[in-house]
Design a protein around this ligand. Structure first.
Ligand SMILES: [Zn+2]
Length: 415
C-alpha cells in the first residue's frame, strides 16, 4: 500500500504526468505562489480550527508571521480567504486580530454522489455548505447507459447553472469498482448499466472542468476529514455499513488507496471459511453476516415484527421497548460488525472507526455495543485503543466527500 494516493504523492508542480496518470490541470495557484507544504498545512488548519488569526496560525503550524503573510496574501488575492470581523484583543491593548476564514465567494466545488439507480449533484462551499442540490433517477439495467448518462449530466447541469463562477472542479463519489486513474466506473453489481462507463471523460467534456472519481467509502472518509469528525484525526478508518459494506483508511494524514483506486473492499474480506455464499459469488465474506439483508433474514427467523422492512434503527427501537429477541439480534449484529473492525484493528491499528450508513441511525446503543465487542476481540496492548464513532455528516457525507476529493487533488495537500 503506497503512502497516499498518486495525486498526494505528486510534487507541487501539478500537471506533471506520473505513473501513467494523465496530466491534470495545474493547481489553483501558480507554482511561484504555491509555497509548499506550509500552504497545505495552513489550509488544513483553517478547516480544522475554523476562523483563525495569523498569530494563531503561525503558532499552530510552527512558522513565523512573515511566512504566514507570504502564504495568506495570495489566497486573499485569489478570493479563497477573507479577513473576518476583529476578535476581542483580550484586554491586552494590542491591535485586535482579524481572523482569517474561507470566503463565501470562493469558487465552489461541484459534487456528484452516484449510487445504483440515482444521482445527487450539488455545489459545496469551502466551509461545507451545500447549495443547488439536485437529484435524478435512472434505470439500472437494460443495455446502453444513455439514460443514466443523461440523468447524471442533466442533474449536474442544473446544479452548475447556479454557480456564480466556474467551480474548482467536479468530484464524484461512486459506488462499485472505480478506476481512479482513468475516471472509469469499472463494475457496479447493482447497476450493470454503469459498468464500463468513462464518466470522468464524459463530465469533463460536458463541463470543461477537471473531474475526479473515487470510491464511495473514500469519499465518506474525505467528508469526515475536511468537514467533520475526522478533522482532528490523523489516522482513522471509515466503515460504510448498510446493504453493502465498504471502508476507507487514512494513515498519518494520508488517504490510502491501491493502484488505480483498488482496495477498500472490506465487505468482501473473509470472516468465515466456507461460509454463506456472498453476492460476489465467494463464500464467507463479511457482507454475508453484517448487511441489512442479513439483518432482515435474521429478524424473519426470530419472528420479529416488521422483519421484511427491518433497519438497524427499527431493531434498536424494538430492543429499547423491551423485546428480548430484538435485543439478542441487535447484539449479534453488533458482534458481527465488530469482527470486521477487529480484523482491521489487528492489521493496521487505525484506532478510530467512524461509522456511516444505516447503522448510524440506530444511534448510541448500537455504537456502544459494537465498541464493547471490539474491545473483547482485540487484545489490549500499548498503542491499541479502538474507539467506534458515529459520523456527524449523515445524509450529506457523499456530497461533501466528493468535494473533498477535489480539494485533495487540486490543492495537493501534503500532510
Ligand atoms: Zn463477497
Amino acid at each position: 500500500m503506497a503512502g497516499g494516493t498518486a495525486e498526494e504523492a505528486a510534487p507541487p508542480s501539478a500537471g506533471a504526468p506520473s505513473d501513467g496518470v494523465k496530466p491534470r490541470p495545474p493547481s489553483l495557484l501558480s507554482p511561484s505562489r504555491m509555497g509548499d507544504l506550509n500552504r497545505g498545512r495552513l489550509l488544513q488548519s483553517l478547516f480544522d480550527l475554523g476562523p483563525t488569526s495569523r498569530a494563531d496560525l503561525a503558532r499552530h503550524i510552527g512558522v513565523n508571521r512573515a511566512t504566514i503573510t507570504g502564504i495568506v496574501q495570495p489566497l486573499i488575492d485569489d478570493g479563497i480567504l477573507v479577513e473576518g470581523e476583529p476578535a476581542s484583543s483580550g484586554g491586552t491593548g494590542g491591535k485586535p486580530a482579524r481572523p482569517l476564514q474561507f470566503s463565501r465567494d470562493a469558487p465552489q466545488i461541484g459534487a456528484v454522489a452516484l449510487s445504483h439507480g440515482s444521482v445527487r449533484t450539488a455545489l459545496v462551499s469551502w466551509s461545507g455548505e451545500i447549495t443547488a442540490l439536485e437529484r435524478a433517477e435512472f434505470p439500472t439495467d437494460g443495455g446502453a447507459p444513455g439514460q443514466a448518462v443523461a440523468a447524471i449530466a442533466e442533474s449536474l447541469a442544473r446544479t452548475l447553472s447556479t454557480a456564480r463562477q466556474p467551480p474548482l472542479g467536479i468530484g464524484v463519489g461512486a459506488t462499485g469498482m472505480i478506476d481512479t486513474d482513468r475516471g472509469v466506473i469499472v463494475k457496479v453489481n447493482l447497476a450493470p448499466v454503469l459498468s464500463g462507463l468513462a464518466l470522468g471523460a464524459v463530465l469533463e467534456e460536458q463541463t470543461g472542468l477537471p473531474v475526479y472519481l473515487d470510491h464511495h467509502p473514500r469519499a465518506l472518509l474525505l467528508a469526515d476529514r475536511w468537514f467533520g469528525i475526522g478533522r482532528s484525526l490523523r489516522t482513522f478508518a471509515v466503515l460504510y455499513l448498510s446493504d453493502v459494506i465498504g471502508g476507507a483508511l487514512q494513515l498519518d494524514g494520508h488517504l490510502q488507496s491501491g493502484p488505480a483506486g483498488a482496495g477498500g473492499e472490506l465487505g468482501h474480506t473473509f470472516v468465515q471459511i466456507d461460509g454463506e455464499i456472498c453476492a460476489c459469488g465467494r463464500r464467507g465474506c463479511w457482507e454475508t453476516v453484517a448487511t441489512i439483508g442479513w439483518l432482515r433474514r435474521q429478524a424473519r427467523a426470530a419472528g420479529l415484527a416488521g422483519a421484511e422492512e427491518m433497519t438497524p434503527a427499527l431493531l434498536a427501537g424494538q430492543a429499547d421497548a423491551g423485546s428480548e429477541a430484538a435485543g439478542r439480534l441487535l447484539d449479534l449484529y453488533a458482534r458481527n460488525i465488530a469482527v470486521g473492525i477487529a480484523n482491521l484493528q489487528q492489521t493496521l491499528a487505525p484506532n478510530h472507526f467512524v461509522l456511516h450508513g444505516e447503522v448510524v441511525e440506530a444511534g448510541e446503543p448500537l455504537r456502544a455495543a459494537i465498541e464493547a465487542h471490539v474491545s473483547r476481540l482485540v487484545p489490549p496492548r500499548p498503542g491499541s485503543d479502538p474507539r467506534v464513532l458515529l459520523t456527524d455528516q449523515r445524509g450529506l457525507a457523499t456530497l461533501r466527500g466528493a468535494a473533498g476529493i477535489v480539494l485533495s487533488r487540486r490543492l495537493q495537500f501534503q500532510l
